[in-house]
Design a protein around this ligand. Structure first.
Ligand SMILES: [Fe+2]
Length: 160
């Protein structure tokens, strides 16, 4: 691992600590919130924060694990990608339904705060739809192991 990578991982770990601290504070504020709208807004932030923590942890995992001579790991990853493609279509159909329903509901809602929250929800569904496509394209392009061999079929061992 290069010094730059080590520094990056150090930064990510630092951020994880902040995310964790924030997560606890948000959970507490959420529990104490008297109003539903406030509780929902805090919950939204809490879930994002939790997601950031998990993303950072996953990225560190990606950077630090190198499967070595693991044919089964490679096969497993390949199978995972095939499944991902199948799942994607279903996820996108669901997202489409959610967007349609949120749109319909938006036309009926009068309360400005509820409208705001619903609008946010709809925006998120729409963004996710685009992200799903982008993510799968990226995953398809990345090699099956984290280190590149000379040929695409090489399984590279970590010799560090
Ligand atoms: Fe965050």
């Amino acid at each position: 691992m290069t010094g730059k990578e080590e520094k990056l991982i150090g930064l990510m770990r630092e951020q994880i600590d902040v995310e964790k601290r924030n997560l606890e504070a948000l959970a507490q504020a959420e529990n104490e919130a008297k109003e539903t709208a406030v509780r929902l807004a805090l919950m939204n932030m809490r879930l994002d924060t939790w997601k950031h923590q998990k993303f950072l942890e996953g990225m560190i995992e990606m950077m630090t694990t190198t499967p070595c001579d693991e044919w089964s790991a490679k096969v497993g990853r390949y199978a995972g990608r095939v499944k991902l493609e199948r799942d994607l279509e279903e996820f996108m159909n669901d997202e489409n339904d959610m967007i349609k329903l949120a749109n319909e509901a938006l036309g009926l809602v009068n309360d400005p705060l509820a409208a705001f929250l619903l609008e946010k929800l709809k925006e998120e569904e729409e963004r996710r739809f685009g992200e799903l496509e982008e993510l799968v394209t990226l995953i398809k392009q990345s090699p099956l192991q984290s280190k590149k061999g000379k040929k695409g079929t090489d399984v590279v061992c970590d010799t560090d």
